[in-house]
Design a binder for this molecule. Structure first.
Ligand code: NAD
Length: 481
């Protein structure tokens, strides 16, 4: 059975403990590989390798760093099938989705930051005839990069690429539930000739390996994507050490449909925004609000379309929705469906394991797309992140009412707004507490835009210039003239 080792100083090495964790295929419930169960010893070794590599890498010309990152992007493209298959097996997501979205976007991340760094510039200010000020931006050293399991390679590379482009070295930890594509990336980086120690990967549990990265005194920068509770824990450790933190956390995103919207388009996109990747995308719309005049007909069409989604083997080309990430997570999500019933909700479809699963997937972690009605905006199911194929649906009377509901959670990651009324779109976009507002679309991304959440969805922004600034330290030089 494959043992996924750490990647430190350019070599694949055993964890100090000699121990491995089981890596389970969510679609079958079977162990299919093992992953290093790392601890502080491995993090120390990785930080030492990254620190040794930093002086040279930070002085490497931007054009050379760019060339290497473009080479890695090309290798991701060339290995699309292999990476997509690994991601689908590791995560339970449809192979079709990994092939069309996750892996191409991982290559885009490298390509984007490889070229962005060539245009990165700093500012100069003339103070009358007195002085000239300019800003130097330098890489900060060893970056600690910690990513979740839902879009494994995409979110991992969203951190690795800007950190390396700006001349930092890194110690990165993918989720222990989906280590495979990060492991394959280490091979591609070796083949591309990335200097040893620039990119290090330590696998293992968050509370052990992740916490050791966050607490390490020689890691001044932490970029984390994951749950809000974990983000709070990381802030508790990192803030008193004055680390620079970017925290991309959970969401409970509203999807708001006005009667004047193109309802065919809303239906098509809302099915995706509710259930794509089993609803395990932080940007999924999990609260669907529909203007009351079109609510009954729209709700009926939406439920009927959700029922027709094909839940099955992720490797099957006809599958729309695969397996949830783990038994624990499936239990958590079904626990919320139970809670919804207790809170007075009516399950309009789903709520259980589909009966038509193929033999291979009998012990996998599947849940049919679930739509729940009749829940008040303030109940727990409508306030807490479920992170599965579960969406609540409710009618609203007017703008004011729906805005109040939309903004009523502790989260503020993204929102979708469907209307043909341009004034209303601008008005509401400004008033929604969300890092991103999509109008008549969902999940369209321009990598130049700032990305991140408000309130408990996170602090700091990634994307474009924001990421290049995050990974560099500004210094003002003031020269008297
Ligand atoms: P998680 O917080 O459990 O784990 C994320 C990563 O942090 C994993 O690598 C884990 O091993 C590590 N970790 C766990 N405890 C740690 C600790 N104490 N110290 C350091 N590292 C630790 O999250 P998850 O279950 O993997 O991912 C799902 C969550 O991620 C959801 O809440 C989702 O909304 C969020 N998410 C947010 C975004 C975004 O951009 N805002 C994107 C994707 C996912």
């Amino acid at each position: 059975m494959l043992q996924i080792k750490n990647f430190i100083g350019g070599h694949h090495v055993e964890p100090g403990s000699g121990q491995y964790l089981e890596n389970i295929e969510p679609a079958t419930g079977r162990i299919y590989s093992q992953v290093a169960d790392s601890d502080g010893r491995d993090v120390d070794a990785a930080v030492a390798a990254a620190s040794d590599a930093f002086p040279q890498w930070s002085r490497t010309p931007a054009s050379e760093r760019s060339r290497l990152l473009l080479d890695i992007a090309a290798r991701i493209d060339a290995n699309l099938e292999r990476l997509a298959h690994a991601e689908s097996v590791d995560n339970g997501k449809p192979l079709r989705l990994a092939r069309a979205v996750d892996i191409p976007r991982a290559a885009s991340n490298f390509r984007f930051f490889a070229t962005a760094i060539l245009h990165f510039h700093s500012e100069a200010y003339r103070t009358d005839q007195l002085a000239l000020n300019y800003t130097l931006r330098s890489p900060r050293g060893v970056a600690g990069l910690i990513s979740p399991w839902n879009l494994p390679l995409y979110l991992f590379t969203w951190k690795v690429a800007p950190a390396l482009a700006t001349g930092n070295t890194c110690v990165a930890k993918p989720s222990e539930l989906t280590p495979m594509t990060a492991h394959l990336l280490t091979e591609l980086c070796q083949q591309a000739g990335l200097p040893p120690g620039v990119f290090n990967v330590v696998h293992g549990l968050g509370a052990k390996a992740g916490a050791a990265i966050v607490a390490h005194p020689r890691v001044p920068t932490i970029s984390f994507t994951g749950g809000t509770a974990t983000g709070a824990e990381i802030a508790r450790t990192g803030a008193p050490m004055f680390k620079k933190l970017a925290l991309e956390l959970g969401g409970k995103n509203p999807n708001i449909v006005f009667a004047d919207a193109d309802l065919d388009e809303v239906l098509k996109t809302s099915l995706r925004s509710s259930f794509e990747n089993q609803g395990e995308i932080c940007l999924c719309g999990s609260r669907l609000f529909v203007e009351e005049s079109v609510y009954p007909a729209f709700a009926e069409r939406f439920v009927s379309a959700a029922r027709q989604l094909n839940v099955g083997d992720p490797l099957d080309a006809a599958t729309d929705q695969g397996a949830l990430i783990s038994k624990n997570h499936l239990d958590k999500v079904t626990g919320y469906i139970r809670l919804a019933r207790e809170e007075g909700g009516r399950v309009l479809c789903g709520g259980k394991t589909p009966e038509t699963l193929p033999e291979r997937c009998r012990d996998g972690y599947f849940l049919a797309p679930t739509v729940i009605a009749d829940l008040p905006a303030e109940c727990r199911v409508n306030r807490e992140e479920i992170f599965g194929p579960v969406v609540t649906i409710a009618p609203f009377r007017n703008e004011e009412e729906v805005l109040g509901w939309a903004n009523s959670t502790a989260y503020g990651l993204s929102a979708s707004l469907w209307t043909q009324n341009l004034n209303r779109a601008h008005r509401l976009a400004e008033k929604l507490d969300s890092g991103t507002v999509w109008v008549n679309c969902w999940l369209l991304r321009d990598l130049r835009t700032p990305f991140g959440g408000m309130k408990q969805s996170g602090v700091g922004r990634e994307g474009g210039e924001e990421a290049l600034r995050f990974f560099t330290e500004p210094k003002t030089v003031c020269i008297k003239t």
